[in-house]
Write a protein that binds this ligand. Structure first.
Ligand code: MLT
Length: 404
């Protein structure tokens, strides 16, 4: 008889953002006239900028002509995009990464969920707490996390590294040595980050202990401070311990078109096995390449017009971040993030739980945010607002919060 993967049954509830969507839909149905402002999921609201739209249009036209039609894309990505990425995101920053170490994909979410296929079944993973839930849930599905304790909100076999106001959002090295360390910097959900010298310590730690770092750089475009690294490969020695994952969703508004990439340096060798070859084998077997038209739009991100346009869009969202940050501060909230990331992380007032605060904001002022507890036990007592709304809605939301 068919046997299901029972690891799925261990997962509590539904995926965080699905749970929130269901709650908001129920509220909306009961209050059809409610003017709800959504600052929950980190989804962009501004349209894709003209340089990328124009690239999409001409690529679509190419697909309609036998002479320029493209079928299956190369499974690791078109050379024009891999080269643009290597040149602009790495070599221009002094990082030693070549085009053949870039693996183009349909987004950072799938890569960050799938990368665990490279780990042994008994690998010990370490995550910051709070954390982007995909890292944890994907390892749970693979049977790597033990059992879930409802009371503590923790998995028995995961190493948690609290990152809270108490340690200034700088994770400490765990007591037990992990095989894999997930780092998302600038961080989702806290909106905080590490300086280059703080990240260097993690690279040194991983190299010393033979650990692999999965570095999620999805929010890199939002960095405004000089001492914050845009890539882990700015740190010495990262080529032998780190995989880096990137998104085009947050910098170029591609949440609805899907494009991302992962960097696997050839120097990443464990037990005599190169992870580059493993990921190439996996990509070749399970993936038929991101669509040509989308990769052409990705290439346009690196054109002079594309660069200028996405810079303006990032600036637009960062203005929202400032509006939220200063508005909440003025209203007396304890606020973090929002300087190098499009997320603002606040302490819930009056020691409310984060889900109670979620309900309170939705019912009182029709604002949707994300409860910190949804990102892990150390997220309890915190709440996340995103800067990805429209400027108008962001201002209205902050006025509403100030008035309660
Ligand atoms: C978030 O809200 O945390 C993000 O939208 C998650 C994602 O990018 O998948």
């Amino acid at each position: 008889m068919f046997k299901v993967n029972t690891n799925f049954q261990k997962l509590p509830g539904s995926y965080l953002f699905s749970t929130i969507a269901k709650k908001v839909a129920a509220y909306s149905e009961a209050n059809p006239n409610a003017d709800i402002i959504r600052l929950g999921i980190g989804d962009v609201t501004q349209p894709i900028a003209p340089a990328m739209i124009s690239a999409l249009h001409s690529a679509v036209d190419e697909m309609g002509d036998a002479k320029t039609f493209h079928g299956y894309a190369p499974d690791l990505g078109y050379p024009f995009l891999r080269e643009a990425i290597a040149k602009n995101d790495y070599q221009a920053r002094g990082c030693d990464i070549s085009a053949d170490e870039i693996f183009v994909s349909d987004g950072a979410k799938s890569d960050s969920a799938d990368i665990q296929e490279l780990f042994s079944a008994d690998a010990r993973i370490a995550v910051c707490d709070p954390v982007y839930p995909v890292y944890v849930d994907s390892n749970v599905m693979a049977g790597r996390c033990g059992t879930y304790d409802e009371k503590s909100g923790k998995w028995s076999d995961i190493i948690y590294m609290p990152t809270t106001a108490e340690n200034h959002f700088v994770p400490e090295f765990p007591k037990e040595t992990p095989d894999v360390i997930y780092l998302c910097l600038p961080n989702n959900p806290t909106g905080t980050t590490l300086t280059k010298s703080q990240l260097q310590l993690w690279v040194d730690y991983a190299n010393k202990n033979g650990s692999l770092i999965i570095f999620d750089a999805a929010y890199e475009a939002y960095i405004s401070e000089d001492d914050v690294p845009h890539s882990i490969y700015e740190c010495t020695g990262a080529r032998t311990c780190a995989i880096e994952i990137h998104s085009f969703s947050k910098n170029a508004g591609f949440t609805g078109v899907r494009l991302g990439y992962t960097v696997v340096p050839k120097d990443l060798v464990f037990d005599g096995v190169a992870l580059h070859g493993m990921w190439a084998r996996r990509h070749g077997t399970k993936f038929n390449g991101a669509p040509y038209i989308i990769q052409k739009a990705g290439e346009a991100v690196y054109s002079p017009e594309g660069k200028a346009q996405i810079k303006e869009q990032v600036g637009y969202y960062m203005n929202n971040a400032k509006t939220i940050y200063t508005g909440l501060k003025d209203a007396g909230f304890e606020v973090y993030g929002g300087v190098n990331a499009p997320y603002i992380w606040l302490k819930t007032p009056d020691k409310m739980t984060s889900w109670d605060f979620f309900d309170y904001l939705l019912e009182k002022v029709q604002i949707v945010g994300t409860p910190g507890a949804g990102f892990g036990p150390s997220g309890e007592g915190y709440f996340r607002l995103t800067a990805f709304g429209s400027a108008e809605n962001t201002l209205r939301a902050i006025e509403r919060i100030k008035n309660i």
